[in-house]
Ligand binder design. Structure first.
Ligand SMILES: NC(=O)c1ccc[n+]([C@@H]2O[C@H](COP(=O)([O-])OP(=O)(O)OC[C@H]3O[C@@H](n4cnc5c(N)ncnc54)[C@H](OP(=O)(O)O)[C@@H]3O)[C@@H](O)[C@H]2O)c1
Length: 272
């Protein structure tokens, strides 16, 4: 580390009194985030602009601390909290910077989880094609074996299906069998199984039902909610957690807001 570098992986933004920090991910910021992914002693540069420092503050916490596992979720939604139309059109909810944000999150993760509905309705590839970086291992939670073997995310290398039974999957696809109850597959066992396989940065991409399972089990350390300026009217919600009766019971994480050109990102820390 030279004199211009400082380690700043805690997420404390340089301009803490700013209500919204404009974040700009320049090549030099992204290069250092990719380097910090492999070597946690790599930090931000002191001569960066405020917008570059804000970008570091937004993404560096996703790298975790030491060797501790970190579970983070991201969802990109409309002003009215939807992630798709009632007919399942979900392609352009986020703006271009919101989409790049999603791909950056994937590139910083070891594995990325989606639920069966997302895998079936969107047929995603879960790659990082909009940014430089390595594709994460793709994980789908498909308890009832609904996902077809021809699904895009099961093609190519490194994918894993979390399931309740012994359904055979295509050659090369790993499986993780998890006990099922009335509440679904045990979220704690899913995370424990992924950690056992060596994953440390575990990203939950959605949809809302899947993120909700992990949030209800208090397994999500960090949540990025991206909001794009469009109104959909009806459709699946961004987050689906257990209902509460009183606002006093609502979870209120420490949050910071970042502006990413086309979208805003609310970065919620559930461990502070
Ligand atoms: N904008 C974004 O950032 C974003 C990201 C991802 C997805 N999406 C959108 O979200 C929509 C789908 O979301 P969704 O909330 O309806 O569904 P989802 O979360 O994609 O999938 C839910 C399904 O996954 C399985 N599942 C997940 N966790 C489970 C657990 N712990 N135990 C048991 N089963 C579990 C269940 O499958 P079974 O029903 O088979 O039991 C469950 O019904 C799509 O429109 C997609 O486009 C948007």
């Amino acid at each position: 580390m030279n004199q211009h570098e400082r380690v700043e992986t805690s997420g404390a933004a340089g301009d803490a009194d700013m209500p919204v920090a404009t974040a700009t991910v320049t090549d030099r910021v992204w290069d250092r985030l990719l380097a910090a992914r492999k070597d946690r002693t790599v930090g931000a540069h002191s001569d960066w602009t405020p917008a570059e420092r804000a970008a570091w503050a937004l993404y560096a916490p996703l790298l975790g601390r030491n060797d501790q596992p970190l579970v983070f979720a991201q969802i990109g939604q409309s002003l009215d909290g939807r992630v798709a139309t009632i007919d399942g059109d979900a392609a352009d909810v986020s703006g271009m910077e919101g989409l790049k944000h999603l791909h950056r999150c994937r590139a910083l993760a070891d594995c990325v989880i989606v639920g069966a509905n997302t895998a079936i309705q969107d047929n995603p590839r879960l790659t990082v094609r909009l940014v430089r970086g390595d594709n994460p291992v793709r994980v789908v939670i498909d308890p009832r074996g609904r996902l077809q073997d021809s699904a895009a995310m099961l093609e190519g290398e490194r994918c894993l299906v979390v399931q309740a039974g012994d359904r055979d999957r295509p050659v090369g696809v790993d499986t993780l069998k998890v006990a099922s109850s009335a509440e679904g597959l045990d979220a704690v066992s899913i995370i424990a199984g992924l950690i056992e396989r060596g994953f440390r940065r575990i990203m939950i991409e959605g949809g809302g039902i899947t993120i909700g399972h992990f949030m209800d089990a208090d397994l999500v350390d960090r949540l990025h909610v991206g909001i794009a300026p469009l109104i959909i009217g009806a459709g699946p919600p961004g987050l689906t957690t257990s209902p509460i009766s009183l606002l006093a019971q609502a979870r209120r994480p420490r949050a910071r807001v970042y502006g990413l050109a086309s979208d805003i990102i609310i970065d919620c820390d559930f461990r502070l």
